[in-house]
Design a protein around this ligand. Structure first.
Ligand code: BEZ
Length: 325
């Protein structure tokens, strides 16, 4: 609908309402996420909100709360369960901490790139896990992702020995913590908003992060090496409160579901270009970019798999899918 048409319709609805004629009540849906306004997840959430508003003729108004304004992901999940929050874009951390199978997408080098991540996120295992979030009191709407995980360190990185004993910031996500312990570093969980200062003042020696954050938040200003490792994918899951979902009409549920899924697929697809663009920008700085692959980590990757095949039985199924890509 054009802006003019949309305005005209809004004006007409207001006039009808003013004249006392019954109109369907507007629904407000609160949407939470930890990413800042500039981040692609938040931009996508705003695009979803605009399209849902248009498709429901203004009846559904999605209000976006970025930067963890509604609390961290643990708090957001609680709010979704009680119906105090309607929709959220979350990392898989809270789900993985309740069921290790949600941690398997962080298997190191399970995919080589964004195209591989996109294929796995559309696969059988991912779909099974998306449906399975109903056991946490939420409805799975779809998967997104952030950029492939990279490493930014204060000092030079020539070999894995340069990571030994180093405090590497991670998110509090068991598979990530295990990976960094296996590598011989000291994983240091820390929320994103605290990271810039912690790196600048030496509280952490480095971080696992993506190129987007490294550039936008200027972590490179304090870095001695940017390690292009592409060692993990980093999925996002969009979920709705099951309580709130049940209160929506079938038509509105379908609209929300289809709009979110279409935008998330586009989001995932766009990360190949986003990663490439931010890497190019980082190469214009004075910080050396060191490219590494699975072999750099020695036995650590195989050791991680041996451990996680036991912890998360669905990992083998995901590995089989990845092998067929
Ligand atoms: C992070 O904590 O590293 C992160 C979280 C969400 C999106 C991207 C990165």
């Amino acid at each position: 609908m054009s802006i003019l048409k949309s305005w005209a319709r809004g004006a007409l609805l207001s006039t009808i309402a003013f004249a006392g004629v019954q109109t369907a009540a507007a629904e407000e849906l609160r949407v939470g996420m930890i990413t800042p306004p500039s981040h692609k997840w938040t931009i996508t959430a705003n695009e979803v909100a605009a399209e849902v508003k248009e498709k429901t003729d203004g009846r559904i108004d999605m209000l976006i709360f970025p930067s963890g304004q509604l609390g961290n992901e643990a708090l957001m999940l609680q709010q979704l369960q009680t119906g105090a929050l309607d929709v959220a874009f979350l990392t898989l951390g809270e789900f993985a901490n309740r069921d290790p199978n949600y941690g398997i997408f962080l298997a190191p080098y399970i995919v080589q790139d964004v195209a591989g991540a996109r294929a796995l996120l559309k696969g059988k295992t991912a779909t099974e896990l998306l449906d399975g979030v109903s056991k946490f009191g939420v409805v799975g709407l779809g998967y997104g992702m952030a950029g492939m995980r990279q490493i930014v360190m204060r000092g030079a990185v020539d070999s894995v020995a340069d990571l030994a004993g180093k405090k590497v910031r991670t998110i509090p996500f068991k598979p990530e913590l295990d990976f960094w312990t296996t590598v011989g570093a000291t994983p240091t969980p820390m929320p994103l908003p605290a990271l810039y200062d912690a790196f600048a003042n030496g509280q952490v020696d480095g971080m696992q992060i993506d190129f987007e954050g490294t550039w936008n938040t200027k972590y490179y200003e304090h870095a001695g090496a940017i390690v292009e490792s592409n060692h993990m994918m980093f999925p996002m899951i969009a979920v709705a409160s099951a309580r709130r979902w049940a209160s929506l009409s079938e038509e509105d549920r379908q609209t929300l579901d289809s709009v979110v899924k279409a935008h998330l697929d586009e989001l995932v697809h766009s990360y190949a270009q986003i990663d490439a663009d931010y890497l190019d920008k980082l190469k214009t700085t004075d910080v050396p970019v060191v490219k590494i692959d699975r072999a750099f980590f020695g036995d650590a990757v195989d050791d991680w798999y041996a451990d996680w095949r036991e912890k998360a039985p669905m990992l083998k199924q995901l590995e089989a899918e990845a092998a067929g890509l």
